[in-house]
Design a binder for this molecule. Structure first.
Ligand code: PMP
Length: 415
């Protein structure tokens, strides 16, 4: 299993970027799903909360399912912001969202059971490999915002033990329309009722919503239990502070789901020791309880992120109007823009022909000092030239300066 694990594509690209930077080149790095703390610091309330919790001596083992204060805060936060009502025994805390994703797979899926996930999506293929599952990738296209259609997902449900959805979506920033997610939920209910009658184990739905607080206005977030309450029996919501509070290195995440499953996930993760540090848990509880601090942080944070996404989008729209083979989806939130760069068949100044997204990626890194991630890093086979552009670690100025370099690179291509 360990030999077969594939390393992160994005980390491999990061190594290329580091090599160029060592040569003294300034790269506009749109690859990492992370934040530059100089541009996007964590909320003051969180920073001071961690420091004072440490000073108070919050330094010993936390309970393996998370400190009660934080489980209560998550419960209150979801009731207040999402209208969902979960008792504290249905809430599990861990060191970020990743252990909760892994814990869900580990607790539910036995070797060779079927896990369905749309592509592009983030890391489901790796989690499926870790537990020896049969991964079923469901290809999605730009026309549906790279999200699955209800009828396609309903067909894939048969025989599945776990279905993994992510909205808003890494890598495209797009999110489910309520009607589509409702259709998926109704299919899940129908499937599980039929299985119940046959005495078979149900299918579960892992709903990763780590970007839900980072949606542009006009895009409201929907959840399976919010749309079809019966799905709560089989749904695990995964979330955390990494993205919404630019706190990727602070490591606090939470999952909400049926109490029996949460208890098993807690048992699995307890042995792994994947707890969030105690002081960070206490500080996160204080932050989530402070509706005003959360609102204030999100308002300025989103504005800064969206300004970058919109600037990039405008750049692509202008280049497209000039006749270049580029495109981009409307920014919808998260920290990502889905952009298409497909000058396939054209020849670079050095004489090589651009045939794949990987060719385009390397060429843009060298020619335009612009680093981006092909959708192939998100499990996509078909190569249409789509890329993820992430803006958490760049300034608006860096984007402003990179766009003309992209234009010049495109202009330098020959047929
Ligand atoms: N889910 C999605 C969709 C993500 O993009 C990421 C981070 N790239 C995670 C989960 C993991 O979050 P964390 O850093 O809290 O483990």
């Amino acid at each position: 299993m360990a030999r077969g694990l594939v390393g992160s594509e994005i980390l491999r690209i990061a190594a290329d970027i580091r090599a160029l930077r060592r040569e003294g080149r300034a790269i506009c790095d749109l690859t990492v799903g992370d934040f530059d703390p100089r541009q996007f610091p964590i909320p003051d309330r969180l920073r001071s909360g961690v420091v004072s919790a440490l000073e108070r001596g919050e330094t010993n083992y936390p309970p393996s399912n998370g400190v009660l204060e934080l489980r209560e805060s998550v419960r209150g936060f979801y009731a207040r912001e999402l209208g969902l009502d979960y008792p504290p025994e249905c809430v599990l805390i861990a060191g970020g969202a990743r252990p909760l994703l892994y814990g869900t797979f580990r607790a539910l899926v036995d070797p060779s059971e079927r896990v369905v996930y749309p592509v592009p999506s983030w890391n489901n293929n790796h989690y499926a490999h870790l537990v020896g599952a049969e991964g079923i990738a469901l290809p999605c296209d730009a026309a549906s915002g790279f999200l699955p259609r209800a009828e396609d997902l309903a067909r894939a449900l048969e025989g599945a033990r776990l279905v993994c959805l992510n909205s808003p979506l890494n890598p495209s920033g797009t999110s489910f329309e309520p009607g589509v997610l409702r259709g998926i939920c109704e299919a899940l209910v129908a499937e599980n009722r039929a299985r119940e009658r046959r005495g078979e184990r149900p299918a579960y739905l892992l709903y990763d919503q780590v970007y839900w607080m980072l949606q542009a206005s006009g895009h409201s977030h929907v959840t399976p239990p919010g749309l079809v309450p019966e799905t709560a029996r089989w749904t695990i919501l995964v979330d955390g502070i990494s993205k919404a509070f630019a706190a990727t290195g602070v490591r606090v995440g939470w999952a909400l789901g049926p109490a029996d499953l949460i208890e098993r996930m807690s048992a699995v993760l307890g042995h792994v020791g994947a707890w969030a540090p105690r002081a960070e848990q206490v500080a996160t509880a204080e932050l989530l309880d402070d509706a005003e601090a959360v609102r204030e942080h999100l308002a300025s944070f989103q504005e800064a992120i969206l300004a970058r996404l919109r600037r990039l989008h405008r750049g692509f729209t202008d280049l497209r109007a000039e006749g270049f083979a580029v495109d981009a989806l409307e920014p919808a939130g998260t920290i990502y823009l889905a952009a298409r760069i497909h000058p396939f068949g054209r020849r670079t100044a050095q004489g090589s022909v651009l045939a794949t997204s990987e060719d385009v990626r390397r060429w843009l890194l060298g020619e335009a000092a612009l680093a981006i991630v092909p959708f192939q890093a998100f499990g996509v086979d078909r190569d249409e030239g789509w890329f993820r552009l992430s803006v958490g670690a760049v300034s608006e100025r860096e984007i402003e300066e990179a766009l003309p370099r992209l234009g010049s690179a495109l202009r330098s291509l020959r047929s």
